[in-house]
Design a protein around this ligand. Structure first.
Ligand SMILES: *Cc1c(COP(=O)(O)O)cnc(C)c1O
Length: 423
């Protein structure tokens, strides 16, 4: 369910024609719908009504301050994976006691920052990290509240690059290793064990792998109880998928039902780290057709958005729907929609059936709210896109398009080279 739709053959986000946004903000730009973001957050969070829980939105899916601010206003927390994401979450007004920190490679500086801000919990991913967090907490005179991220070795049946809960993945600690690490944590003076954490992957379209992981976690929680460790928080991570084209992922309510059913005897607070399911279908990337080009084997539509703006098609072979701003009846063509970047992997869509397109017209790449802007780069020295938030019949540019000066900010040419250049 989202708020991008045609009205009199023109594509709208809520009550704003996307053409108005393109005219004001230019292209490529990301456009987010407040109504959709709000609905997705409240549907997910509401699915666990009556169960003690905390919805910690996964910042990496889309780290826009405006979006974080919206979720803060809805009572959301944050799942962060870096000091930069902590900075953003705090700046957007998310309270530290609703922030959990995941990631296999937390630096000491990042750990210190999170300790000083007194976040709710570190999700620890290795035995070494546990030692470092304890010693940094000792140095600062703090206590680190922790969970261990357990790798339950279940197959999430998703793209290999976004599977995280298999034994061969770099994430978490296997169940036996976790028991050892919990035993060690009991001896450490500057950590307080709060719970258990798990995140098995992204874009899951079935319930079964979640349930399988939960069953394994329950066994672990039982073993921990025998060791005298009471689990106050059970963090089940994120990963619920969305529909990009034909997928039929479970509704958050079905997911919640399965989770609650499985956990009804456990008296603890649940933490969820949803990312994609909240923001994915709440955003699109708008772009303009620069050229059309017929070669001997293919027809190309060359647009002003590239893999630096949206890398998912190049990185995962991901599918994104493409819709023209003006619908109208026209013949259809099979085309490759490609960007301006000097890589053959720079495509938005391949062999896609689309209405015949002309130079100058505008298109929207759908379902681009998650892992879109947040994975964008400056490759080919392309300034990053603007971001726009639509709220009813109004819209706001929430991030200005980068300028050419932004591209070289902080760079310098060493004096020695500068001198040589002037000779
Ligand atoms: C990426 C990530 C998430 C969010 O995953 P989605 O599939 O976007 O819901 C949650 N938790 C952790 C630890 C992650 O790395």
């Amino acid at each position: 369910m989202h708020h991008f739709h045609y009205q009199n053959e023109r594509l709208y986000c809520e009550d704003v024609p996307l053409a108005d946004i393109a005219a004001k903000a230019g292209t490529p730009s990301y456009v987010y719908s407040v109504a959709t973001l709000t609905r997705h957050f409240t549907v997910f969070d509401g699915a666990f009504e009556g169960v003690p829980h905390l919805t910690c939105y996964s910042v990496k899916a889309n780290s826009s301050l405006a979006i974080l601010g919206l979720f803060a206003s809805l009572g959301g927390g944050a799942d962060i994976v870096s000091g930069g994401e902590l900075f953003r979450a705090l700046k957007a007004g998310i309270p530290p006691d609703r922030i959990v920190y995941s990631g296999v490679g937390k630096t000491e500086a990042e750990i210190d920052y999170a300790l000083r801000e007194n976040i709710l919990m570190f999700n620890i991913e290795s035995a070494e990290e546990l030692e470092v967090i304890n010693s940094r907490a000792a140095a600062i005179g703090a206590t680190a509240r922790i969970a261990l991220r357990v790798n339950p070795d279940v197959d999430p049946r998703t793209h290999p690059y976004i599977s995280t809960g298999l034994r061969k993945n770099k994430f978490g600690i296997d169940v036996d290793g976790a028991l050892k690490a919990y035993r060690r944590a009991l001896e450490l003076k500057h950590v307080e064990i709060l719970g258990v954490d798990c995140h098995i992957g992204s874009q899951l379209t079935e319930i079964a792998p979640f349930v399988e992981a939960l069953k394994r976690l329950k066994i672990l929680v039982g073993r921990l109880a025998e060791m005298g460790i009471k689990v106050q928080y059970l963090d089940l991570g994120g990963g619920l998928g969305i529909s990009y084209s034909e997928e039929t992922p479970p509704h958050p309510r079905e997911y919640a039902q399965a989770v609650v059913q499985e956990l009804k005897d456990l008296p603890c607070t649940l933490i969820f780290e949803p990312g994609r399911v909240i923001v994915g279908n709440a955003g699109c990337l708008i772009m303009q057709v620069l050229y059309t080009k017929q070669t001997q084997t293919k027809e190309f539509v060359i647009v002003d958005a590239g893999m630096n703006d949206l890398v998912r098609p190049s990185l995962y072979g991901a599918f994104h729907g493409i819709q023209p701003f003006e619908k109208g009846k026209r013949e259809t063509r099979v085309v490759d929609v490609v960007g301006p970047i000097c890589e053959s992997s720079d495509f938005i869509a391949r062999d896609r059936k689309l209405p015949a397109l002309n130079r100058g017209e505008y298109l929207a790449v759908m379902s681009a709210g998650a892992y879109g802007f947040s994975m964008s780069s400056n490759y080919n020295s392309r300034p990053r896109a603007a971001e726009v938030m639509v709220d009813g019949d109004r819209f706001f540019i929430t991030r200005e398009r980068e300028t050419l000066e932004d591209l070289v900010r902080g760079e310098s040419i060493p004096d020695s080279i500068e001198r040589a250049r002037q000779i």
